[in-house]
Design a protein around this ligand. Structure first.
Ligand SMILES: Nc1ncnc2c1ncn2[C@@H]1O[C@H](COP(=O)(O)OP(=O)(O)OP(=O)(O)O)[C@@H](O)[C@H]1O
Length: 288
C-alpha cells in the first residue's frame, strides 16, 4: 500500500482463522489503521490480494457487509440521536440478513446491557462522556452480530471497569458466537489478555506473529531472577528460570531471601522487537 510515492505497507501477508482473536500491535504510523481499513473495504490497496470472509472487500455486496462489524478509530455524528434509537436504527439495516441460525440484529436491551449503557438508553449521544461514546461505537460495531469484527483502538478512554467489561464481551463474542476479531491496541496488557495471536507491525512490515507466550519465549527468551544473599542483592537473566533457581538453592543451602522470578512480558517482547527493527528499514526474518 502506498500513499502517493510513500509505501506504508510492504509485502504484508497473513491469514486469520475463523474464531481467532488477533491483536495488531505497532508504533504510531506502523500501518495498523491502513491495514484494517483495507480489510474493511474502506481503502483501496495499491497492489496485492485481499479476501475477507472469502470475498474482496472492495467489490463485496451488502450481504457481505452485514456479516462484518466495524469500530473505527473515531467518528463524530449522530449527536442528536438517543442511544437506544440509534442502535435500533442501525440494527434495522441488518434484519433482512437474519437467518434461523443467525438472528440479527442484537436485541437492543441485551446489547445495552453488554456494553454497559442501560442507564444511558434515553440519553442523547452528544451528552455521553468520551468512554460512554466509545462503548456506543462498540455497540454499533456488533449490533448486526457480525461474523468478522474489526476494532481500531476500541478501549481508548475506557475506565478500568469498562475495560474489564469490554474484555469479557470480546471473550464472549469469540467463545460463544465464534466471532473472528481483529483489533488494534496500544495497551499491551489488553493484547496479552485478549488475543489468541499477536501480529507486531513496524514500518509497514510484520515483524512478529504468534501467541504472547510464544513471542516472549522466542524473542527475549529470558527470565529474570532476583534474590538476596547475606544482605547483598543479586539479579541474573536466564533462559531457564526453573533450572537456575534449583541450582541457586542447592548452592546456598544456608538460605537466600527475597527470591523473585519474573518471566518476560509482552511489553518486554514488544519493546525488544520494535527496537530490533528500528535500526533498519530492511526486511528481517519474522519471528513466528
Ligand atoms: N490518508 C493518508 N494519506 C497519506 N498518508 C497517510 C494517510 N493515512 C495514513 N498515512 C500514513 O501512513 C502511515 C501508516 O499510518 P496508519 O494510520 O496506518 O498507522 P497506525 O499504525 O494505525 O498508527 P497509530 O497507532 O498512530 O494509529 C503513516 O506514516 C501515516 O502518516
Amino acid at each position: 500500500m502506498s500513499y502517493g510515492p510513500r509505501e506504508v505497507l510492504k509485502g504484508l501477508d497473513f491469514e486469520v482463522r475463523r474464531g481467532e482473536v488477533v491483536a495488531l500491535l505497532g508504533p504510531n504510523g506502523a500501518g495498523k489503521t491502513t491495514t484494517i481499513e483495507i480489510l474493511e473495504g474502506f481503502r483501496k490497496p495499491s497492489d496485492g490480494e485481499v479476501r475477507v470472509l472469502g470475498e474482496s472487500p472492495l467489490t463485496a455486496d451488502e450481504a457481505w457487509r452485514s456479516r462484518v462489524g466495524v469500530v473505527l478509530q473515531s467518528w463524530r455524528d449522530h449527536g442528536r440521536w438517543q442511544v437506544r434509537e440509534l442502535l435500533e436504527q442501525f440494527g434495522s439495516y441488518y434484519a433482512p440478513y437474519a437467518t434461523p441460525d443467525h438472528p440479527r440484529p442484537y436485541d437492543t436491551d441485551e446489547l445495552l446491557d453488554r456494553v454497559g449503557l442501560t442507564a444511558q438508553a434515553s440519553a442523547k449521544v452528544k451528552s455521553l462522556s468520551g468512554g460512554q461514546r466509545r462503548r456506543l461505537d462498540v455497540a454499533i460495531g456488533i449490533v448486526g452480530r457480525p461474523e468478522m469484527l474489526f476494532l481500531d483502538e476500541p478501549t481508548v478512554g475506557f475506565d478500568p471497569v469498562a475495560r474489564r467489561d469490554f474484555h469479557a464481551l470480546v471473550r464472549r463474542l469469540s467463545d460463544l458466537e465464534d466471532t473472528t476479531i481483529l483489533l488494534t491496541t496500544h495497551d499491551l496488557n489488553e493484547a496479552e489478555k485478549l488475543a489468541d495471536r499477536i501480529l507486531i507491525l513496524n514500518h509497514g512490515r510484520i515483524v512478529a506473529d504468534g501467541s504472547a507466550a510464544s513471542l516472549a519465549e522466542q524473542i527475549s527468551g529470558t527470565t529474570e531472577v532476583r534474590w538476596t544473599h547475606h544482605g547483598e542483592a543479586h539479579v541474573h537473566t536466564t533462559a531457564d528460570g526453573t533450572d537456575f533457581v534449583r541450582d541457586l538453592l542447592a548452592r546456598h543451602p544456608d538460605g537466600i531471601t527475597d527470591l523473585e522470578v519474573r518471566r518476560s512480558t509482552l511489553e518486554d517482547t514488544y519493546l525488544a522487537m520494535v527496537a530490533r527493527h528500528e535500526q533498519s528499514d530492511e526486511p528481517r526474518e519474522v519471528v513466528a
